[in-house]
Design a protein around this ligand. Structure first.
Ligand code: AMP
Length: 282
């Protein structure tokens, strides 16, 4: 993890310097990264915690399932969207610049996102974290290549859901301004049509004390959600292909809401025993 964090930081700073000097926006992993071979040595999966990536359209539920798995497997769930929102909520110099980009549903530059991710990994390293479940990163092939250059990704879980349902989910999404938890007010009840199965997703309602503090994300408007989906198809779909070629993708069609999807996901990940053990010892 330490090496990953240092290398990503090096990638971010070398890119910013390069971009500033040449006006270039595209970021490439600098050859060698200037670090000793020993630091770049990769530990085999059996000697470390999982290093997984969650892919899927905005609003599909990456955060929900990645955070549940992170608790089950005791690895950090790192959502770059959360890092961006934390930065937005701060009075830091990036906040104003990011607000405009995020509120239009556009992607933040690779160098900014990598710099935020590096800072987060550094904090985790100081707390002794190891392994990760990444959510919302990588979102461009360039980000995927940079990540590939610094560490091994064991598995990529690609969550899938019909786009019309994703839009409904995003519009129903609410966040508690106090505890930060995500909820959803939408009740999705789509009948079977054109060979597609029916889908029912009950609302994920907040407890009473969160009710009056619910907020809608600024980028969860109909127009911005559709823009985010368009950008996902254009910029992030190729990331799916990138990992497909490596044979690392587990495709998971969400069969419904959490009660239907969570047990199935555990089943395909062979983690049912792990959850039983955790529940038994809780
Ligand atoms: P999310 O919560 O994952 O939908 O992310 C919210 C917003 O943060 C996105 O619409 C982007 O503007 C920005 N963002 C998050 N992750 C990335 C990333 N890996 N690359 C570029 N922008 C990102």
């Amino acid at each position: 993890m330490a090496a990953v964090q240092r290398l990503l930081r090096a990638a971010a700073s070398s890119s910013s310097a390069g971009a500033a000097a040449t006006g270039r926006r595209h970021m490439t992993a600098p050859a060698g990264f200037g670090f000793a071979e020993a630091e770049r040595r990769r530990r085999p999966p059996q000697d470390r915690n999982v290093q997984w990536v969650f892919l899927g359209c905005p609003g599909v539920g990456k955060g929900t399932y990645a955070s549940r798995l992170s608790r089950l497997l005791a690895v950090p769930h790192i959502a770059t969207g959360d890092l961006v929102r934390d930065e937005l909520a701060s009075t830091g110099p990036l906040a104003a610049q990011l607000k405009e980009i995020v509120n239009q549903g556009k992607l933040v530059s690779d160098e900014i996102i990598i710099s935020l991710l590096s800072k987060r990994l550094k904090k985790g390293e100081e707390k002794g974290e190891s392994g990760f479940i990444l959510d919302g990163f990588p979102r461009t092939v360039n980000q995927a290549e940079i990540l590939d250059g610094v560490t091994d990704i064991d598995m990529v879980v690609n969550l899938k859901l019909r786009e019309d349902i994703i839009v409904q989910k995003c519009l129903g999404r609410r966040i508690c301004g106090q505890c930060g938890k995500n909820f959803n007010l939408a009740c999705i009840d789509v009948k079977a049509e054109n060979g597609l199965p029916p889908i029912y997703m009950s609302p994920l309602l907040p407890p009473k004390n969160c009710m009056s503090k619910l907020k809608t994300r600024d980028d969860d408007t109909d127009e911005v959600v559709r823009n985010r989906l368009r950008i996902y198809n254009e910029m992030s779909q190729p990331v799916e292909d990138f990992y497909q070629k490596q044979g690392k993708v587990l495709e998971f069609d969400l069969p419904g809401g959490i009660p239907e999807s969570w047990p199935k996901l555990l089943q395909v990940l062979n983690l049912e025993d792990q959850e039983e053990l955790k529940l038994a010892t809780a």
